[in-house]
Structure formats: structure tokens, C-alpha cells
Design a protein around this ligand. Structure first.
Ligand code: PRP
Length: 183
């Protein structure tokens, strides 16, 4: 799906599929360079990170592995509570591995702040974060992020893995959802 297919649901297209692909190539090249000689294990957080993981790994020139976690934050509504329940844990032992957690978006930072301390306790050789999008204005927790695709304004965004009520994840572009859709 392209933004053009759902244009009346969007108030703005923030990044086109081409712009996202170009940025992914840059980040992939940076990771290839930074980890030369060390094989990376990328840990994706379902479901949103599926698109970025898939594109990032294919843009890399080195061998890389992947594993997945599924988490759900306790609490109701749209506000993240910061308490995270692991619904699906990794299949891989992290001890001694070079790990990069891959996310579609960091909003408040609460999910990753919990996850990072959880993963760090498994004694990886190194542990870093790559997120496609970050909302600096929404940050409540200070999370150290090594690789950021784009910093975006504090708006309700959809596409490239990000959903509203399960929809729009498969849109290639990143757009701001028009208020009439969720009002
Ligand atoms: C999104 C995103 C992050 C989290 C970021 O996941 O993928 O995991 O929210 O928010 P935070 O920084 O405020 O904690 P979501 O819970 O919407 O699940 P999804 O990936 O299945 O869409």
C-alpha cells in the first residue's frame, strides 16, 4: 500500500518510501562498518519492527542474524505504562553476542528502557539500539540510541510498520494520521 492509496486518511506524508529506503541504506552501511569482523544478532520487537528489520538486513553486505521478541505493556488505553510483559521471548542465548535491538519507533522510551535492562542482564558482548523513527519530544525515559533513521515530530504517525488499530502497517511511506480517522 502507498500513501496515495489512503491519502484522505492522512494529513501529511512525512517520509516517502524512497526516502526511507535511502536512509535505511545509509544506516545499513554504517552498521556494516561499525561491526566489521563481528557478526551481529538483531533482535526485533514485534510487530512494528518487521518492515525495518527486513529492509535493514537486506541492505547490509555482512552476515547478520535475527531473532524476535513480542512484548505487551501493562495498562490500558494508548498510554504506555512502562511495565512490559514478555509474550514471546528470544530463541537465542545472548551471552557473548553482539546485539542490536531493532525498533520501528521510540515514543516515550518506556518499552525500550525496560527491554534494555532485561537484555543487558543476559550478558551480551555489546548491546545497542537501532530505531527507524524517534520522537524526541515524547521521550519520558532517557534511552541511548546508536542508530536513528529519522527524528519526527510528536504526531500520530502510521506506515512502515506503524499501525492504527492494526491498519496502515503495510503502507510503504510514513504519514501523519488525519484526526478524523481516530477522533
Ligand atoms: C510500539 C513500538 C515500540 C513501542 C514504542 O509498539 O513498536 O515497541 O510502541 O513506544 P514507547 O517508546 O512509548 O514505549 P506497540 O506497543 O504499538 O506494538 P506493535 O509494535 O505491535 O505496533
Amino acid at each position: 500500500m502507498d500513501a496515495a492509496d489512503v491519502m484522505s486518511d492522512l494529513s501529511e506524508v512525512l517520509y516517502t518510501a524512497d526516502e526511507i529506503a535511502e536512509r535505511i541504506s545509509e544506516v545499513a552501511a554504517q552498521i556494516d562498518e561499525d561491526y566489521e569482523g563481528r557478526e551481529v544478532l538483531m533482535v526485533g520487537v514485534l510487530n512494528g519492527a518487521v518492515m525495518v528489520m527486513s529492509d535493514l538486513q537486506r541492505a547490509m553486505t555482512s552476515h547478520v542474524q535475527m531473532d524476535w521478541m513480542a512484548v505487551s505493556s501493562y495498562g490500558s488505553g494508548t498510554q504506555s505504562s512502562g511495565v512490559v510483559r514478555i509474550l514471546k521471548d528470544l530463541n537465542t542465548e545472548l551471552e557473548g553476542r553482539h546485539v542490536i535491538v531493532v525498533e520501528d519507533i521510540i515514543d516515550t522510551g518506556l518499552t525500550l528502557s525496560y527491554l534494555m535492562s532485561n537484555l543487558a542482564s543476559r550478558r551480551p558482548a555489546s548491546l545497542e539500539i537501532m530505531t527507524m523513527f524517534s520522537k524526541p519530544e515524547a521521550a519520558e525515559m532517557d534511552v541511548e540510541v546508536k542508530y536513528v533513521g529519522f527524528e519526527i515530530p510528536n504526531q500520530f504517525v502510521v506506515g512502515y510498520g506503524l499501525d492504527y488499530a492494526g491498519r496502515y502497517r503495510n503502507m510503504r511511506d510514513l504519514g501523519i494520521l488525519a484526526p478524523h480517522v481516530y477522533a
